[in-house]
Ligand binder design. Structure first.
Ligand code: ASP
Length: 326
């Protein structure tokens, strides 16, 4: 056998072994627990969405889907970890609209938000609420807006870092009001909510998944929802649009991503398990109680998510120009 033939044979063996291993990996996936990165603190709105979905996917996949909270820097720390993880399906992540705004807000983002990820599927669009500490001496949303204009130099708000939904919402609102307030960044609105409950800052714009129960139990005050339509689980809250903040419409769409390069069968299995979760009665019921609903199966397709994300990156790039700086 010539050296050339021997080399060719060896290469063929390596290829056969590698592709055989790939097929076996996909067939047996998942053979061990899956880590689901949430790039925000535990107890917050994304954590709530992710844990409900993880529980359902665990049942479908027959393996534990373990949530790992990795908050900080508006979610970019956790998404960086996800982008650099092995693309084998054993590390996935749930994040939201902040993934689309990050390229406009972070100069040196160490990953490309569209190209460095496999897009597993969209999950839900969560409306947001404008809320305050319980003892704020203000009644209706119109009064709150007047108070914000009047007391702007003294008011502080909590948020989950630059580009997070809570930051974005307040940036858009204060921009429309022509004022600036002092923001206090947290690793997520889970810990921010704890501080709002104890009155450490005044107001917050946060997702219904984190505020609904606190408003119902009168632990905080709810003033308005941030979507164009009212939210049925919060029937007393008007929209910001109807309160004079014309056209205001901000919500936090959530989705699941994996590092780029998943074997096709693994990606298909993950998307299929996600689709089951979106129809899971427990998920649907909990989402509804918290002011949201799963997206349709059509919207949850990987390609639909990729298209949506690319469009959002573009739209927010234009919307945030000159408004928010890192
Ligand atoms: N999603 C963040 C969290 O779970 C909050 C935010 O983006 O405002 O804490």
């Amino acid at each position: 056998m010539t050296i050339q033939r021997r080399t060719l044979l060896a290469a063929a063996c390596v290829f056969a072994l590698a592709s055989g291993a790939g097929a076996a990996l996909a067939q047996s996936f998942p053979a061990k627990p899956i880590t689901l990165i949430v790039p925000a603190a535990a107890g917050g709105p994304t954590d709530t969405v992710a844990r409900l979905v993880a529980e359902s996917m665990s049942k479908t996949l027959g393996q534990t889907v373990l949530v790992e909270n990795l908050g900080g820097a508006g979610g970019t720390i956790g998404m960086r970890r996800l982008a650099k993880a092995a693309p084998d399906g054993y590390t996935v992540g749930v994040w939201h609209i902040a993934h689309a705004t990050a390229p406009s807000l972070y100069n040196k983002l160490p990953y490309n938000v569209v190209e460095d990820f496999d897009h597993i599927g969209r999950i839900t669009d969560v409306p947001m609420t404008l809320v305050s500490r319980a003892d704020l001496p203000v009644g209706k949303v119109e009064d709150l807006i007047n108070w914000m204009r009047r007391e702007k130099d003294k008011i502080s708000y909590g948020h989950a870092g630059t580009g997070s939904a809570s930051h974005l919402c307040m940036v858009m609102l204060t921009h429309q009001l022509g004022i600036q307030l002092t923001g206090i960044p947290y690793r997520g609105t889970g810990p921010a909510m704890n501080d709002l409950l104890s009155g450490k800052f005044d107001i917050m714009c946060d997702q219904t998944t984190n505020t609904t129960n606190q408003i119902a139990n009168q632990k905080i005050k709810g003033f308005a929802v941030t979507t164009k339509a009212r939210v049925s689980s919060l029937p007393d809250l008007p929209t910001l649009d109807s309160a004079g903040i014309k056209g205001f419409d901000v919500s936090a769409w959530h989705a699941m991503w994996a590092p780029k390069g998943l074997p096709a069968d693994v990606a298909t299995k993950l998307n299929a398990a996600l689709l089951v979760a979106l129809k899971d009665a427990k998920v649907v019921e909990r989402f509804a109680a918290l002011g949201t609903a799963p997206v349709s199966a059509e919207t949850a397709r990987p390609e639909a998510l990729r298209t949506h994300l690319a469009a959002e990156v573009k739209a927010w790039g234009a919307a945030l120009k000159g408004i928010a700086a890192n």
